[in-house]
Structures are given as C-alpha cells and as structure tokens.
Design a protein. Structure first.
Lengths: 246, 126
C-alpha cells in the first residue's frame, strides 16, 4: 500500500499545472458550443455564458483562487489581441461591398456608439451604480477583445467590461429583430450594420444565419465600431472626465 | 493555417510596437488591425490561409474572453447590490443603439433614393 499515490498528491500536482485551467476553459466552452448548436443557435443558449458559469462553479467548488485559474487560462486570454487583428479581414470584405455608402455608415456608427455609451453610462450613474460599474459601461458595446483593451487604457475593470459585453451581445441578438421591425427597417445591409454595432459577435452569428449580406455588414460594423471607439473614447474621455466627476 | 497565424502575429507585433512608442492611447492590436486593413486594401485580396484563420477566430471569438469573464466571481457582491441599475442600463442602451444606428442609415438611404429619383427625372426631361 505504501507505493500508492495519495489522491491529494495527484490533485496538488494537477491544480498547480496551467493545463488544468486550460482544460476547464476549453471543455466548458466545448460543452456550451454543443448545447448552442443543439438549440439551433438560439441566442439565449450562449456558449460563452455557459462556459463562464460552469467554470465559475468548478473553480468555486474546488476553492481555486481566480488568480491561480488565470495563470493557466492566460494562454487563451492572450489570443484576444490576435483575434482583434484578424477582424481586419471582415472589415475589408465589408469595404469592398459598401462602395458609396462609407460616409453614411461612418456617421451611423458614430451616432450609434455615442448613444450606446451615453445611455448606458447615464442610466447606471443616475441609478446609483458604483464607479467601477459605471466605468465598465463605456466600452460594453464594442466587441470584447477591443473593449477590454480600451478598458485597460481607461483604467476601468476589463473583467466587468467583458461581462457587460457578453450580456449586451445576448440582449442585442435576441431583441434586434423586434427593434428593427418596430423601426420599419427592411434593407438587409441596414439591419446587419445596426446589429453589428449593437450586438457585436453574437449579433453577427444571428445576422449570418438570416442573410449573408446582413452578416457581412454586421462583421464590418462590429470591427469598425471597435476601431472608432478605441481611437475616440480615450481622447473624448480625457476632456470629459473632469466634468463628469469620475 | 500556420502562415495565416504567422501573418496575424507579425501585424499584432508591429501594432504593439507602434502603440508602445508612438500612440500609447490606442491598444496595440487595434493598430495591428488598421495596418493589416491598409495592407489588404493595397493588395486588393486576402490570401486563403489568412482568410481561414480569420474566419476561425471570428467563429470562436467568444472562447477567448472566457478567462477574463470568469473574473466576474470577484465582482458578484457588487453586481448584486446594483443589479437593477446594471440591467436597466444594459437593456435600454442596447435598444437605443440598434434603433439609432438603423434610423440614421434609413434616413440617409431615403434621401439618396430621393436624390437619385430626382436625377433620373431631370435626365428624362432632357
């Protein structure tokens, strides 16, 4: 019996290895993705939300501190930057299609993202949310990889920003058809662009499943919105911050 | 596949360098995105390897922000206290964002349609 490895020792070895965090992250996402495909890609069955909830439950049950988990999961996290660069490809495809509409789209994107930021920040502030939460509302309508980059530059929580981004994507993907019908907008390219600005990644998936043109415009809108916000937000905020008292 | 990844890493690296030394207010990956976009526009096409990798990233973008989102554990008490404010802000903001973007584009579309009709009418008169 003396040469039997105690389970606790195996556990200490495993949980100290970055591989463990990677396995949880990827396996829960894989499970979430399978459920999402099973549910015919319904926006409520969001693979990211499923993965996050399951991972939280697992590391909570194992008493694993978040810092420890992140040590392993940072290898996945790192690729966010690379994924951001890859957004250049859908933007390029969108550019090729939208000849003559570039100015219109630019104005609409700026209007949309301004409304998104102002409304979210104003409402959360008026309703008495903490500074941490209000600050994380700034970039929530931007696709997560860029949003987190912006959050870091603004000195607000990238984590809360990412969480708000995911919730925004889910809400947007579910509500978009109703909002667009209520506004009596029927052109696919307009619908796609609006979804890309409002509901980023998840909105795009939804748009592609309905109409290809809408999907291409949505991808382009999401990428461009990210670029505009990344360049504009820090500049605007350095001027506005003293007046906002935040 | 590999050559696509290598290209992305190179553009990202270039972006990070630019951000570090010249434009610290813009995240490096966003600069990398802009450089790659400029390159694609100049070149006039996307090579297949790059398109494949970009497509894979787009489809599973969500996976990449799982690690950061799990940090929500640290904020749970704060979120619970402000649950109503957070949910109202997110809900109203999403509706307004989509509606405003769509309406602005629709107004532009309406005017350009009108103008085009005007031109065709004038041309007919001629």
């Amino acid at each position: 019996m003396s040469n039997r490895l105690p389970i606790s020792e195996i556990w200490v070895y495993l949980s100290g290895d970055p591989l463990f965090a990677l396995i949880i992250t990827l396996a829960t996402y894989q499970l979430g993705y399978l459920m999402y495909v099973r549910a015919k890609r319904h926006p409520l069955v969001n693979p990211v939300a499923i993965a996050v909830i399951l991972t939280c439950l697992i590391i909570d049950a194992l008493d694993m501190p978040y810092e420890k988990y992140f040590e392993g999961a940072q290898f996945v996290h790192f690729l966010l930057g690379t994924a951001t660069v890859a957004l250049a490809v859908p933007i390029y495809y969108g550019f090729k299609r939208m000849q003559g509409k570039i100015f219109h789209i630019w104005v609409a994107l700026t209007a949309g993202s301004t409304v998104s930021i102002v409304s979210a920040v104003a409402i959360s502030k008026l309703m008495g949310a903490s500074d941490n939460i209000v600050g994380s509302m700034y970039a929530k309508s931007v696709t997560a990889p860029i949003a987190m980059g912006i959050a870091e530059r603004l000195g607000v929580s990238p984590t809360l920003t990412a969480v708000f981004t995911v919730i925004t994507g889910m809400l947007g993907a579910i509500l978009a058809p109703y909002i667009l019908n209520a506004c009596k907008v029927h052109q696919w390219w307009i619908r796609g662009t609006a979804i890309g600005v409002g509901a980023h990644g998840l909105g795009i998936t939804r748009a592609f499943s309905v109409n290809e043109e809408a999907g291409i415009y949505a991808s382009m809108a999401m990428g461009l919105n990210g670029v505009i916000s990344a360049i504009g937000l820090p500049i605007v905020l350095t001027y506005l911050r003293p007046h906002l008292g935040f | 596949m590999i050559s696509g990844l290598v290209q992305l890493f190179l553009w990202q690296g270039l972006g990070e360098l630019l951000s570090k030394f010249f434009l610290p207010s813009i995240p490096g990956p966003v600069l990398g995105l802009l450089l790659l976009l400029a390159f694609l526009c100049l070149r006039g096409q996307v090579d297949k390897d790059l398109a494949d990798v970009a497509d894979a990233f787009r489809q599973h973008l969500g996976l990449l922000f799982v690690p950061a989102s799990v940090g929500v554990l640290l904020f749970l008490p704060e979120l619970q206290t402000h649950a109503l404010a957070v949910s109202t802000a997110l809900l109203v903001s999403v509706i307004l964002t989509i509606a405003v973007t769509a309406i602005v584009l629709k107004v532009f579309w309406y005017f350009s349609l009108k103008r085009n009709k005007g031109i065709t009418r004038e041309q007919r008169h001629e």
